[in-house]
Design a protein around this ligand. Structure first.
Ligand SMILES: C[S@@+](CC[C@H](N)C(=O)[O-])C[C@H]1O[C@@H](n2cnc3c(N)ncnc32)[C@H](O)[C@@H]1O
Length: 231
């Protein structure tokens, strides 16, 4: 992967960035996503935000070597602190981090969100708490995808603030739009997870020390939901 050839995962993220957007890519690492999009003429400008020094330096190098300093600004900053009002950001991508981390980044700097930005989120796990945050903050999920690459299942969640929205517990767990479209990648992901959950329940039953009942019940409820989904 580099700034010309993105992974399939980042290609699918790229497909959800509106044409002509001003993108803030938070946790950008090498800045491959914003640089690829600017090179293609798909976006007008970008901010690549990084909290850690080594990926920040890698992002600066990618931008410098692509001679895109006038369009891609790299900032060493925690989360949304990379965004300044004068950037006029219209889309924010947060990819390749846990869903809880993405949620915390959004939650800790809500004041920096105008509410006009499209959020393009690619959590590695923790999708349920992330969807919960979106619902609690009036974001509607506009698009969802599951894809598999290098033996990992990835989810992409696209959301915009539209006003109050209510999702059921199952919609928060599986994804409201995934539940409707039931794509092959989505169903295959949950088949794999069901096998894992069965193994977890079996290991609980054989554990030397009793596993707290609440924990067993929580996994048993997930098994019930997934079984019903796949029935
Ligand atoms: C696994 S990399 C993902 C890189 C790229 N977004 C992708 O999807 O390929 C996660 C990056 O997020 C950065 N990161 C984690 N927490 C962050 C935060 N609070 N603010 C900015 N960057 C953060 C890490 O330093 C790391 O470079």
């Amino acid at each position: 992967m580099n700034e010309q050839t993105l992974s399939m995962r980042l290609e699918r993220v790229a497909a959800h960035v509106p044409l002509g957007a001003r993108l803030a890519d938070i946790g950008s690492d090498h800045a491959y996503l914003p640089v690829a999009l600017v090179r293609r003429g798909a976006i007008t400008a970008a901010v690549a935000g990084e909290v850690a020094l080594t990926p920040f330096a890698a992002a600066e190098r990618t931008v410098r070597e692509s001679e895109l300093e006038s369009q891609v600004t790299v900032r060493l900053a925690n989360g949304l602190e990379a965004i300044e009002p004068s950037d006029g950001i219209t889309a924010i991508s947060l990819c390749g981090m846990g869903g809880e981390t993405i949620r915390d980044i959004l939650d800790s700097a809500k004041a920096r969100l105008s509410g006009q930005e499209r959020l393009i989120l690619q959590p590695n796990g923790g999708e349920q708490p992330l969807r919960q945050w979106l619902m609690e903050n009036d974001y509607r999920i506009l698009c969802e995808e599951v894809l598999r690459e290098n033996r990992f299942d990835y989810e992409i969640i696209v959301a915009e603030r539209t006003g109050p929205v209510l999702y059921t517990a199952q919609e928060l767990y599986f994804g409201p739009l995934q539940l409707q479209s039931r794509s092959p990648a989505f169903l295959a992901k949950w088949q794999r997870l069901l096998r894992q959950k069965h193994k977890t329940l079996a290991s609980f039953a054989q554990a030397r020390q009793a596993v707290p009942e609440a924990k067993v019940q929580a996994v048993a409820r997930e098994v019930k939901w997934i079984t019903a989904l796949l029935a």
